[in-house]
Design a protein around this ligand. Structure first.
Ligand SMILES: [Fe+2]
Ligand SMILES: [Fe+2]
Length: 250
């Protein structure tokens, strides 16, 4: 039974923000290149998961999943490079990517594949794939003016929906009694990681603000004092007060 898939209310409320984020072509290209990297990382983690699971059906599904993520990486990379080429082929300038509002697929989000059991891994994957699929629905909508990028998201979305469904079905198969618990544990872990991401972003923003204030408020008086002191010094080279060579061995 396929699970229903629709965009989250939170992302619907942020629709104008998503529209703004994707409107700039250079930022769009940069975001697609970043998405490609995350998809590639996810694919690597899944092939590792396929290597270590003892369940033959899960091994096949993880491998298929890994190949899908590699394909997504290729699609995002190709489209990102095509946009850059249209812009003149210059290397991407650093633009604000608003990743907190519009991230890509988070994959395993630094979960250590070697340290978690299949049921926990499936629960984590299910939530991650579901979140990605829900966001990709919005991205596809706001990209109505760029048919090529919109089609990339449409193509990827079909796979993400499959990933979301198979992980849920397999979680119920391998942990028929504990699957609800595993989903809650994965939800809490994602919440904690989300909090850490937010705290890091706020910390880095605060650091920038404090350094900017220091630069414009604290440094100028010192620069003025240094200038004034420099004006008092006589021009040109003047001998210092070192002892003469006849008074010292140096
Ligand atoms: Fe993907
Ligand atoms: Fe996926």
């Amino acid at each position: 039974m396929a699970l229903a898939l629709r965009a989250r209310t939170f992302d619907r409320l942020l629709y104008p923000v998503h529209r703004w984020v994707w409107a700039d072509e250079r930022r769009r290209a940069e975001k697609l290149l970043t998405f490609a990297e995350t998809e590639r990382d996810g694919g690597r983690d899944l092939s590792r998961a396929a290597e270590r699971t003892r369940d033959p059906l899960l091994r096949r599904l993880y491998l298929r999943h890994s190949l899908d993520e590699q394909r997504h990486a290729g699609l995002f990379l190709a489209r990102g490079l095509a946009i850059l080429a249209e812009l003149g082929g210059a290397s991407p300038a650093a633009t604000f990517q608003a990743s907190a509002f519009a991230p890509g697929e988070r994959g395993l989000d630094d979960l250590r594949v070697d340290e978690v059991a299949d049921d926990s891994l499936l629960a984590f994957l299910h939530l991650s794939e579901k979140a990605a699929a829900q966001r990709f629905i919005i991205y596809r909508e706001v990209l109505s003016a760029d048919a090529a990028t919109r089609d990339v998201f449409g193509d990827v979305l079909a796979d993400e929906a499959f990933h979301m469904n198979y992980t849920y079905a397999q979680l119920r198969r391998v942990a028929p009694r504990r699957y609800g618990l595993r989903l809650w544990a994965a939800r809490l872990s994602r919440l904690w990681k989300g909090y850490l991401r937010l705290a890091t972003a706020i910390g880095s923003m605060m650091g920038r603000v404090v350094l900017t204030v220091q630069y414009f408020v604290i440094l100028p008086p010192f620069a003025l004092l240094a200038k004034r002191a420099a004006r008092r010094l006589p021009a040109g080279w003047t001998p210092g007060h070192r002892p003469s060579p006849l008074e010292s061995q140096y």
